[in-house]
Design a protein around this ligand. Structure first.
Ligand SMILES: Cc1cc2nc3c(=O)[nH]c(=O)nc-3n(C[C@H](O)[C@H](O)[C@H](O)COP(=O)(O)OP(=O)(O)OC[C@H]3O[C@@H](n4cnc5c(N)ncnc54)[C@H](O)[C@@H]3O)c2cc1C
Length: 393
């Protein structure tokens, strides 16, 4: 008799994506005990980012990307719920995209003026003129002439909130296996996946969902993915440098939620491996603290000069995966593999896209013949051949 323990849903991962999927499965009627999270518990992962921002218009244009406003509306609901239950980890505020009279700022204003009709009704927005801007934020650089302001936006102390969200799931009855998945095997007669873990445990499931962050390329080496390293700084602020808003003008700065009082988060850098360097090793993304501090503080100091002199409390390093063609998430079933799913390549926009992506994925699993995941984030937009899974036995 087969004694391999069977769980209807196994999620590979314990990061933001995995937590959002587990919560969504429960919200759509799955018993918590039918869900198992399988991942090593002590990996340093992207979801341990100390201060993550959520706003709907990242990048140098304020024209919304396809479906991003739908993602924003879903994220808004999730973050407002987290704010209710865990207020010390979630700061709700608004964002100022600063025009400093240069090319980037001009693009903010032009793209805002031409496209703000496409924004979600949930997003309040306005053009803030020079005097109001400097009255509100006296420590701004003098060359900030105006800003597009929009909100609500959020800063989440994700690194400290995530363990709490995981613990909530365990308390509800979600199971966990503290181990990395090494290989998987399809049993067509049983309609199951057999999973072999690093600790030589064997598990069985009907639905296997991969929420494995930047290691997705190890499963599907032909996917056109990029992995970017990055640093964030936490700095100490004083009463006269306290921010009422998030600021962004190529790099961003935000006040942290109240679990980290008098602290601001500055970010973030993008580090790519040098030519010839193995892209998936620690060294490819590491540079000395002094270089990280110099680059990030200079980037933010251009529009918020106190960043240049405030004491640095912490340098945090992480890695994010992006789907190179359009930098949107990959969500849905793995073409050609029965009941194998992916939620990945959240890039630097995990909070913006994650809740929407999890809802889309779970709705698809529950309604495979009637629900269609939007093409902007679907696994279907990738050519079939790129989905060859190298750890299938
Ligand atoms: C410098 C930096 C700044 C960022 N800033 C922001 C920001 O301001 N706002 C924002 O929204 N996002 C930001 N992000 C991105 C955000 O952190 C990610 O989008 C998000 O955390 C990704 O979550 P994930 O669950 O997909 O991946 P991860 O957090 O990487 O989790 C992957 C999980 O998979 C597990 N795993 C891997 N391989 C296996 C395997 N073989 N078997 C089992 N488990 C496995 C890992 O152990 C881990 O638990 C930033 C990231 C970085 C690096």
């Amino acid at each position: 008799m087969d004694t391999t323990p069977h769980t209807p849903f196994i999620i590979a991962g314990r990061g933001l994506a995995a937590v959002l999927i587990a919560n969504e499965l429960i919200a759509q009627g799955t018993a918590p005990s039918d869900i198992l999270l399988c991942a090593p518990p002590h990996d340093p992962i992207a979801s341990h980012v100390p201060g993550a921002l959520m706003h709907p218009l990242p990048g140098s244009s304020l024209k919304p990307k396809p479906d991003v406003m739908l993602a924003y509306d879903t994220s808004l609901k999730t973050l407002q719920a987290w704010k209710q239950t865990h207020p010390e980890h979630v700061l709700q505020t608004s964002m100022l995209r600063l025009d400093r009279g240069m090319k980037r700022g001009k693009r903010y204003i032009k793209s805002y003026t031409n496209t703000h009709q496409e924004y979600s009704p949930e997003l309040t927005h306005t053009l803030t003129p020079h005097d109001a801007l400097h009255q509100e934020q006296p420590a701004l650089a003098k060359d900030c002439t105006q800003a597009v302001q929009y909100g609500p936006t959020f800063c989440v102390a994700l690194g400290s909130l995530l363990p709490i969200l995981l613990e909530d799931l365990i308390q509800k009855g979600v199971q966990q296996e503290p181990s990395k998945i090494e290989s998987i095997q399809r049993d067509e007669t049983q309609n199951t996946w057999t999973i072999h873990t690093e600790q030589t445990h064997t598990l069985s499931t009907t639905h296997l969902i991969l929420a494995v962050g930047p290691t997705l390329h190890q499963w599907f080496p032909d996917l056109p993915l990029g992995v970017n390293g990055g640093e964030l700084l936490l700095i100490k602020n004083t009463p006269d440098t306290t921010l009422n808003r998030m600021l962004s003008a190529g790099g961003h700065i935000s006040q942290m939620p109240s679990c980290a009082p008098h602290t601001q988060v500055l970010g973030s850098s993008y580090l790519r491996p040098h030519d010839g360097q193995e892209p998936h090793t620690e060294e490819a993304f590491y540079r000395p603290d002094s270089e990280a501090v110099e680059q990030v503080t200079q980037m933010i100091g251009r529009f918020f000069p106190p960043a240049l002199t405030s004491p640095v409390q912490k340098i945090w390093r992480g890695r994010r995966a992006v789907y190179l063609p359009d930098k949107h998430p990959l969500v849905g079933d793995v073409p050609g593999a029965q009941n194998l799913y992916v939620l990945g390549t959240l890039g630097s926009k995990g909070l913006l896209w994650g809740p929407f992506a999890a809802k889309q994925l779970v709705t698809k699993i529950m309604n495979p013949h009637t629900h269609t995941i939007p093409m902007s984030c679907s696994t279907k937009r990738v050519e079939h051949d790129a989905w060859t899974c190298t750890i299938t036995q």
